[in-house]
Design a protein around this ligand. Structure first.
Ligand SMILES: NC(=O)c1ccc[n+]([C@@H]2O[C@H](COP(=O)([O-])OP(=O)(O)OC[C@H]3O[C@@H](n4cnc5c(N)ncnc54)[C@H](O)[C@@H]3O)[C@@H](O)[C@H]2O)c1
Length: 397
């Protein structure tokens, strides 16, 4: 095969346009295609899909793309397109993915894969039964900072890892005197919004791939700003959580505490930052940077509140070098998925991993509602989802 056709649904959106179309598929097209293990290249051919013909035509013209359509079913029925890729709002995703599975396409999607764990697991089962290859975005793992962290872990730098502390967030404007910098559906629970649903799927794969399976979650999810103003200037009730403070217990005994917030002002080097402490050393990593402090270069602070501490703790850390060029993570994962489809190359981030992410979000929200820590059962294709709060209410009626 000298080219592969990709149905790209939701390309007018923030993620669909910037990360998936421009920074991934068009960047792969510009470099002459994806390179296979034997050195051959397979060119990518995008088909833009969306609801507005006018927007699609404009995008196609701007980027010299021959094919676009508003008819998803016709695209799915056409053998020219082997992959279905989904960047829709979360609410619209699972119905579209079900159609793509039925059409026998390989599928690559943004997270979360569905709005409920039950539905996410069902998608994983349907894809397995249909024998279609499937992948879910795990972009944070491909960030330079995270790749440097993975190297540290693999080299044994930390000794025994004790804990992980993460801060993610920034101030998202309410939309009144300055426009909000995220779409308004993010702040409406009824439209699939909420920071837990948005971020916990990321925390799920970051934690399980770097440190160990998430065994339990305790979370406090809150709505700090109850009213916001949408893209059209209309005030609306912000029904979704916009901050979540969580503690995760990981396989092997590591504790991870991660704050996710759209209502905090940044006093960090990067918008996300993790500190990992181990018996032999510690690291602080962001999207790009990674600094380390080994055990044998650790200062010895002495607690004395009567004296101002003159020590510059920040200067004790060593910057870890990249030693290679890290490409855009979305593009790198796209290339892995394309090789997975074209030559069965490795790509472990499938719908089941996506379902674990949705499960973590669902149980995080339940933990917050019930005010208790919740254990996470191991997820396989045979897992029976625990009844949801609304199932229990319906059964009691
Ligand atoms: N991987 C990441 O870091 C990351 C970051 C942000 C968002 N996301 C995920 O990406 C997805 C898209 O988020 P976004 O911020 O790009 O949103 P967006 O609102 O900018 O784009 C959503 C797209 O879906 C389309 N759409 C909206 N409603 C639809 C409907 N009812 N039917 C069909 N299409 C519809 C829109 O036209 C648009 O193309 C979400 O699932 C979100 O969770 C991932």
């Amino acid at each position: 095969m000298s080219s592969i056709g990709i149905i790209m649904n939701g390309v007018s959106g923030r993620m669909g346009y910037r990360q998936h179309l421009v920074r991934s598929i068009l960047a792969i097209r510009d470099q002459g295609g994806v390179e296979l293990s034997d050195g051959r290249r397979v060119q990518v051919v995008p088909l833009l899909v969306g609801r507005s013909e006018e927007k699609l035509a404009e995008l196609a013209k701007r980027h010299d793309i021959a094919d676009y359509t508003t008819d998803l079913d016709a695209a799915l029925a056409d053998d020219r397109w082997q992959i279905y890729a989904d960047f829709l709002v979360t609410k619209a995703r699972s119905a579209a993915i079900r159609r793509a599975i039925a059409a026998g396409k390989a599928i690559y999607t943004e997270k979360p894969t569905a709005e409920s764990f039950e539905e996410a697991l069902e998608l994983a089962r349907l894809a397995a039964d249909a024998g279609v290859k499937n992948g879910v975005v795990h972009d944070k793992l491909y960030l330079p900072g995270m790749r440097k962290l993975k190297r540290l872990i693999d080299s044994g730098f930390f000794g025994r890892i004790l804990s992980v502390r993460g801060e993610f967030g920034y101030w998202v404007f309410e939309g009144d005197w300055q426009a909000a910098q995220r779409p308004s559906w993010n702040y409406r629970a009824e439209d699939g919004g909420g920071i837990v649903v948005d971020m916990f799927p990321h925390w799920s794969y970051v934690l399980e791939n770097l440190f160990g399976r998430v065994e339990s979650v305790y979370a406090q999810a809150v709505t700090e700003i109850p009213q916001r103003v949408d893209e059209g200037g209309q005030a609306y009730a912000a029904t979704a959580d916009d901050a979540a403070y969580a503690v995760f217990r990981l396989e092997g005994g590591v504790t991870a505490q991660l704050n996710s917030s759209w209502t905090t002002r940044v006093n960090r080097d990067e918008l996300v930052e993790f500190q990992v402490d181990g018996t032999l050393g510690s690291a602080v990593v962001g999207l790009f940077a990674c600094k380390i402090q080994p055990r044998n270069a650790t200062p010895k602070p002495v607690w004395n509140p009567d004296l101002a501490d003159e020590h510059d703790y920040a200067s004790d850390w060593i910057e870890s070098p990249a030693n290679e060029v890290f490409e855009n993570g979305f593009k790198t994962q796209w290339e892995e998925f394309l090789r997975h489809v074209l030559e069965d190359g490795p790509h472990g981030f499938d719908f089941l991993a996506g379902a674990r992410g949705v499960q973590l979000a669902e149980l995080g929200l339940r933990s917050s509602r019930e005010g208790r820590r919740i254990e996470l059962p191991d997820v396989t294709l045979d897992t029976t989802p625990a009844p949801t709060a609304s199932d229990l209410e319906a059964a009691a009626r």
